[in-house]
Write a protein that binds this ligand. Sequence first.
Ligand code: CUA
Length: 180
Amino acid sequence: MSSLQPPAQRLWWKQPLDRLEGTWIVLALIWCLFMFAMMPYWHIAGKQNISNEAYRTTPEQYSAKAQAMVDKYTVRTLTDQQLPVVHPPAESDVYLVARLWQWWPLLELERGKSYRLHLSSLDWQHGFSLQPLNVNMQVIPGYEMVITVTPDSSGEFTVVCNEYCGIGHHTMLGKIFVVD
Ligand code: CUA
């Protein structure tokens, strides 16, 4: 009796395992374990995954911190909406707010300097995607994610929302300027 055939009795789990089927189960298990081991390995060796910190917050607490940074370090405004461009000191904490449907404020960072970039949402889930680099983070209300960034090339980078967040999702674009 092979398990490749429809079982004669309904108690299929009491049927002996076919050799071919057993081989595939073993192969799948080995592959599974290999892929599992690759996750920590690639995190350490592959430099692709971001090590982030996460803290509980509230929209009120988070927007107060972002507002304080904007009040202190705005250097100019851009576009008709007078979006602030903030140039925080090197090595400092930098706050980026995600909300329907905006990344706020615009950031100006210095090349080769490290920053602690904080991300949180004031409403619902957004996705932080830094273009043209392949940096992706989930931005979730109630949580403050912190990543340490050191821009290694100057220029203009676009922040795209990559988590569908409603009617204005496709307009949710931000900017990070990296200056020498
Ligand atoms: Cu925010 Cu899509």
